[in-house]
Design a protein around this ligand. Structure first.
Ligand SMILES: Nc1ncnc2c1ncn2[C@@H]1O[C@H](COP(=O)(O)OP(=O)(O)OP(=O)(O)O)[C@@H](O)[C@H]1O
Ligand SMILES: [Mg+2]
Length: 213
C-alpha cells in the first residue's frame, strides 16, 4: 500500500490483539529502513533470535538451520520491505524461500509500498516454489475513513473540540483527493494547531500585563 494507508498501524494492532495467541511463539519485528544495507537483515535477525555470531554464508546457513529445527513458530515481520531490494534480489529470495523449506517454522509478513514488489522482485519464486506470498492490498483511505480517524484521534483530547467538524471534513476531503494518506491528514491538523498556538502566543506577548506588572 501507499504511504500512510495504515499498514504499520494495522499490523501493530493485530500483534497486540493476538498477544495471547502468540505467547508461545517468537515474534521478531524489524524495520528495514533502520538497516544499513539489505544484507544487514541477516545479522539483525540472528541477533534477535540469539544465534551465535557468524558471517556471510555461514550466518545464512545457521539461520536456515534454526528456522527448520524443532521449536515454536517464528513470526518475522519486516516493515519497509522495499528497502531489501538489491541487485539480483538475493536478499528477498533468501527470505521468501525460508517459509517454504521443509519443516520450516517461519511465518513471514512483509510490509511494502510497491504493490508489485513480489511479482517484480520475486518472479522466480512462483516458478519453483509451492506457494507464492499472499498479497493484502491497503487502498488509500476514503474521505469518510479519514474523517473517522481524525475524529477518533482528536477525541482523545479532553475538553472542547480542538478542530471544527467542518474543518476536519475539509481536511479529510482534500487529503483523500490527493493521496488518502492518514499521516498527511494528521500532519495537516497538527500544523493547524501549531499555527493557532503561535498566533495566540504572539498575542499574549503583546498584551499589557494586568495591573501594570
Ligand atoms: N485505521 C487507522 N486508525 C487510526 N490511525 C491510523 C489508522 N491508519 C493509519 N493511522 C495513523 O496514520 C499514520 C500513518 O499510518 P501508518 O504508519 O500505519 O502508515 P503506513 O501504511 O505504514 O505508511 P508507510 O508506507 O509510510 O510506512 C500513523 O500515525 C497511524 O497511527
Ligand atoms: Mg509503515
Amino acid at each position: 500500500g501507499a504511504p500512510g494507508t495504515g499498514k504499520t498501524a494495522c499490523l501493530s494492532r493485530v500483534l497486540l490483539d493476538c498477544k495471547d495467541k502468540l505467547a508461545g511463539s517468537r515474534t521478531v519485528v524489524l524495520n528495514c529502513m533502520a538497516l544499513g544495507s539489505p544484507h544487514s537483515v541477516f545479522p539483525a535477525l540472528a541477533q534477535q533470535l540469539g544465534l551465535p555470531v557468524a558471517t556471510g554464508r555461514e550466518r545464512i546457513r545457521s539461520l536456515e538451520k534454526h528456522l527448520t529445527a524443532q521449536g515454536p513458530m517464528v513470526l518475522l515481520v519486516l516493515d519497509e520491505l522495499d528497502q531489501l531490494e538489491s541487485k539480483g534480489q538475493d536478499v528477498l529470495y533468501t527470505l521468501f524461500e525460508w517459509p517454504q523449506l521443509p519443516s520450516s517454522r517461519l511465518v513471514l509478513v512483509g510490509l511494502a509500498n510497491a504493490l508489485d514488489l513480489t511479482d517484480r522482485s520475486l518472479a522466480r519464486l512462483g516458478a519453483h516454489l509451492a506457494g507464492k506470498p499472499q498479497l493484502l492490498h491497503f487502498p488509500p483511505y476514503t474521505k469518510e475513513q479519514l474523517t473517522l480517524i481524525l475524529q477518533e484521534r482528536l477525541g482523545q483530547v479532553a475538553g472542547d473540540p480542538i478542530l471544527d467538524s467542518a474543518a476536519l471534513q475539509f481536511c479529510a476531503r482534500k487529503v483523500s483527493a490527493v493521496s488518502g494518506d492518514a499521516r498527511k491528514a494528521l500532519d495537516v491538523c497538527r500544523r493547524a494547531v501549531e499555527v493557532v498556538e503561535l498566533e495566540v502566543r504572539g498575542q499574549t506577548l503583546l498584551k499589557p500585563l494586568p495591573r501594570g506588572e
